[in-house]
Design a protein around this ligand. Structure first.
Ligand code: DHB
Ligand code: MG
Length: 208
């Protein structure tokens, strides 16, 4: 199931400027390899968030090869820091190469391993935490992230509508975890939450 009309997505993609060759290369790599990047519909929104929150410290749970970090970095001021986490060493290395070519490498640290373990090594507080890890781990990611946000900080989660599978009558394990996550998103104290139905659904919580 499409969350939004494909023609509308195409329309938005086509009016976006294609002025960054490195982003275009990263998008080409995703289409050639079937890699699920957040894509050009979500990227500009992340960049806006970085600027709106005046982000100095961002933590990414699940960075892939740096596509979302690249968008965030462009919205941060000099001296901003992004901590990236990724299970695959190859993806992390590829990500650092793209970020270096974009002159963002001094802003980014890549940690290879389990994002849930890595985030425990950091107290924060962070201005933004992005969650895009294995869907089964979403409920556990929620608590670990929210406690590390500053007041006014934003927790943003990819795939909360999961191509419409949140409507399934017999949800599989990944879908069930997303459903549990979405309940936490809207039933936890100390945050203001919404779901933004762009691409595959972005969950957003602002810490009070
Ligand atoms: C898929 C999409 C994602 O954005 C992701 O993080 C993981 C998987 C998918 O479509 O399978
Ligand atoms: Mg995703």
């Amino acid at each position: 199931m499409n969350i939004t009309e494909p023609g509308i997505n195409e329309y938005i993609k086509n009016i976006l400027p294609k002025d960054d060759d490195i982003l275009s290369e990263m998008e080409d790599y995703a289409s050639r390899n079937g890699f699920p990047i957040i894509g050009p519909l979500v990227g500009p929104f992340l960049r806006q968030l970085a600027r709106i929150t005046n982000a100095e410290k961002i933590f990414e749970m699940g960075s892939g090869y740096g596509y979302s970090a690249y968008w965030f970095a462009g919205g941060m001021k000099e001296g901003g820091k992004i901590i990236c986490t990724e299970g695959s060493d190859d993806n992390a290395r590829r990500g650092m190469e793209y970020l270096k070519r974009g002159k963002y490498d001094s802003m980014v640290d890549f940690h290879v391993g389990d994002a849930l373990e890595i985030i425990e090594r950091f107290d924060g507080p962070f201005d933004i935490i992005l969650n895009d890890i294995n869907k089964e781990d979403y409920p556990r990611a929620f608590d670990l992230a929210i406690m590390r946000l500053r007041p006014g900080g934003v927790f943003i989660t990819d795939n909360v509508l999961w191509s419409g599978r949140v409507l399934d009558e017999n949800p599989d394990a990944a879908t069930a975890a997303i459903l549990e996550f979405n309940k936490k998103l809207f039933n936890s104290d100390g945050i203001i939450s919404s779901i933004i139905p762009i691409r595959d659904g972005l969950g957003m919580a602002v810490k009070i």
